[in-house]
Design a protein around this ligand. Structure first.
Ligand SMILES: Nc1nc2c(ncn2[C@@H]2O[C@H](COP(=O)(O)OP(=O)(O)OP(=O)(O)O)[C@@H](O)[C@H]2O)c(=O)[nH]1
Ligand SMILES: [Mg+2]
Length: 301
């Protein structure tokens, strides 16, 4: 039997459902998901098997007009993920259609150097009437020469298997790149930091989620089979620290509880989680913070 293996980059505007789709393809939660834009910050690889094909999905940060250094590093990571892939899947939200953001992504795709095929996945079809999809499909296909169009709901799973089977057949012939049972290519300490960042993002309002980062500082395997995980939440301002701690430490306690429960489920063993909030006014300009996130610092001045 010939085996196939390759990389598929999932790109699109922030909030399009890229991480939800990656998780659906892999069958486990590898990449964090929130209802807010700009949740994913770096490239996250999830591995899926379909027949004799191994598909390595690359979740990328949403593509938007960057303002800060961190934004630029995120958008660069997204385009870098696309450039390195064998195939690109562009996600467009069914109910939002061709926004200015989608238009500028299409323009960039037309002008790019690489020649990988691009498939279109119109996502969140559960939010619209089917009549609306026909018009959107033809408009998008006039705007760009997609290899194929899929209509999916990443959240509900509609169309996901069709897309997976098609991608499996498109992968280049070759040996598998990861062991068959591996689902993610991301260090556990990073997954654990992402879990905590998801809980922070879900609980904190407005700009605050964009002004913090989480790092796993220590990971200790204990003899009783449990793990002790020490993490630092970096914020830029004193006031932010207060908000994260909450009255009597209530907010951080709730965040810690939610994060710990998810870590236990993911790691399938007991976890002791210790969170600390540190004020570091300049963290958004520190190279080390970027390398911890898996982002390039130098290209994003
Ligand atoms: N109704 C509906 N919601 C969806 C679907 N797919 C994703 N969502 C929701 O859309 C929101 C964003 O999903 P994400 O997977 O985090 O989107 P993303 O493209 O990774 O976003 P960024 O990481 O910010 O770029 C979440 O609230 C998801 O639950 C879908 O098929 N239908
Ligand atoms: Mg995401």
């Amino acid at each position: 039997m010939t085996t196939r293996a390759g990389f598929v980059a999932l790109i699109g505007e922030p909030n399009a459902g890229k991480s939800t789709l990656l998780n659906a393809m892999v069958g486990a939660k590898v990449s964090i998901v929130t209802h807010k834009v700009q949740t994913t910050r770096a490239r996250i690889r999830g591995v899926a098997m379909e027949g004799q094909s191994q598909i390595v999905f690359v979740d990328t940060p949403g593509i938007f007009r960057p303002r800060r250094r961190l934004d630029r590093a995120m958008v660069n990571a997204a385009w870098g993920g696309a450039a390195d892939a064998d195939m690109i899947v562009l996600l467009v939200e069914a109910h939002r259609g061709i926004t200015p953001g989608v238009e500028s992504i299409l323009e960039a795709l037309r002008g790019r150097e690489g020649s990988q095929p691009v498939a279109l996945a119109i996502n969140k079809i559960d939010k619209v009437k089917s009549e609306a999809l026909l018009g959107l499909t033809s408009k998008l296909n006039e705007a760009f020469d997609f290899a194929k169009t899929f209509m999916i709901s990443a959240e509900r799973g509609y169309g996901v298997q069709d897309l997976k089977e098609w991608l499996a057949g498109e992968m280049p012939e070759g040996p598998w790149l990861y062991p068959e049972d591996q689902i993610a290519d991301l260090p556990l300490r990073m997954i654990a930091a992402e879990i905590t960042r998801e809980k922070l993002t879900l609980r904190l309002h407005e700009e605050l989620p964009y002004q913090l980062t989480v790092e796993t500082e220590k990971w200790e395997e204990r003899k009783d089979g449990s793990a002790r995980i020490d993490q630092v939440i970096y914020v830029a301002r004193d006031g932010h620290k207060g908000i994260i701690l909450g009255k009597g430490g209530e907010t951080i306690k709730a965040i810690s509880k939610a994060a710990r429960e998810e870590m236990i489920a993911f790691l399938d063993r007991p976890v002791h989680l210790f969170l600390q909030v540190k004020v570091r006014p300049n963290w958004l300009e520190e190279a080390e913070r970027y390398s911890e996130m898996g982002l390039d610092f130098k290209d994003s001045k």
